[in-house]
Write a protein that binds this ligand. Structure first.
Ligand SMILES: *Cc1c(COP(=O)(O)O)cnc(C)c1O
Length: 359
């Protein structure tokens, strides 16, 4: 049951479709394969992916095996689902049962995949090469050794060779060009496989980064590829919450716990029914805003269930909803105020807020 004082998370699937179209246009002819890990960046992987399939998506990426299994159940047999975690030992039967395609990243995973393929027949896989991010993927030497050893890859259908950029959101970082050159060399060892390098940042960098497939995550959900708002993209998540009370403060009045905020002049505040338990990151109380009566209003306090905004002389009615994230309180600006990235703002949105999907 929803209560009238509950925060509401509206997920705008038309905005998602718009962003998919913008990215498709930007990607030239490359396939756009949405990244829906972490439950579609917190917005509901099943609903998000079904809408993107209706818009033409045919391949998806998740991080975990369990996410892949849930997505297969939601989408049916048609799309390709890549699992970035690859293949943990003992997981092959589950991967095969759900028709998931693991992205292998370590020599141990190749061993596990070979053992499966020897006993059960072929296996479709992807390979991830580390071209400089030092996080996940085969070293260039390992990729070369794999390419030379036909035995090691016997029984595999290598559908995809991929890598990931460490600075795709920073166009001037020389590391991008270095990673691009490294990736070109490695992908050429697997001429029959498709190639993918770009996530959101790389898609908007330059067509050289597109290859056969691009893997957008945050830009689908409205986050700018350069970690600042991009007017071409629309907000997919909109968090609102009702005003519970409007009060006046005198100089010296404190708000909330301890001395977290003290009024230094007379001011009007509104108490709003959402807090960090709904996903409003507490650190955003400095520099973050809510949208009320056509203007941004500073956050002054964020507690677990309640937050406080300064409203000047704005009209404010108890029960009226203020926007805490959405088309007016931009994802990238909230992330900057909270000292984090847009990805984290989205995945922290909790399930306590009532969820509404707009088609
Ligand atoms: C998360 C992830 C993506 C998507 O990144 P965004 O910055 O959200 O576009 C793409 N590829 C890999 C390997 C990832 O881990």
């Amino acid at each position: 049951m929803t209560s009238p004082s509950q925060a509401r998370l509206t997920i705008d699937l038309a905005a998602l479709a718009h962003n998919f179209a913008v990215i498709t246009e930007q990607a030239g002819g490359a396939e756009v394969a949405p990244v829906v890990k972490a439950d579609g960046y917190g917005l509901g992987a099943g609903r998000i992916a079904r809408r993107l399939m209706a818009e033409g998506a045919r391949s998806f990426f998740v991080a975990r095996l369990s996410e892949g299994e849930a997505l297969r159940a939601a989408l049916g047999p048609e799309p390709t689902i890549y699992v970035l975690d690859g293949l943990a030992s003992g997981a092959a039967a589950r991967l095969v049962a759900a028709e998931l395609t693991p992205i292998l990243s370590t020599v141990a995973q190749v061993g596990a995949a070979r053992a499966w393929a020897a006993a059960n027949g072929g296996l479709a896989v992807g390979l991830q090469a580390d071209t400089g991010m030092n996080r996940q993927g085969f070293t260039p030497q390992e990729v070369q050794a794999l390419a030379q050893s036909r035995v090691a890859l016997d029984g595999f259908n290598i559908r995809l060779v991929m890598s990931h950029l460490g600075s795709g959101s920073e166009p001037d970082d020389p590391r991008n060009g270095e990673q691009l050159a490294g990736f070109r060399a490695l992908r050429s060892l697997f001429p029959e496989s498709r190639a993918s390098l770009a996530a959101s940042g790389g898609i908007f960098l330059d067509p050289d980064y597109h290859f056969d497939m691009v893997r957008p995550g945050i830009s689908l959900y409205g986050g700018g590829p350069r970690e600042i708002p991009d007017p071409r993209l629309r907000a997919v998540a909109r968090l609102t919450a009702p005003i519970l009370d409007v009060r006046g403060l005198r100089p010296g009045d404190r708000v909330g716990y301890g001395s977290s905020f003290t009024a230094h002049r007379p001011m009007r505040i509104a108490v709003v029914g959402a807090g960090y338990a709904d996903g409003v990151i507490r650190a955003a109380k400095v520099g973050g805003h809510a949208w009320l009566a056509g203007a941004l209003r500073p956050l002054v306090v964020v507690t677990m269930d309640l937050l406080v905004i300064e409203i000047g002389d704005a009209p404010a009615e108890v029960g009226e909803h203020v926007e805490l994230l959405g088309p007016n309180v931009l994802l990238d600006e909230l992330a900057a105020a909270a000292g984090t990235v847009a990805h984290e703002v989205l995945v922290r949105l909790s399930t306590r807020a009532e969820r509404v999907y707009l088609d």
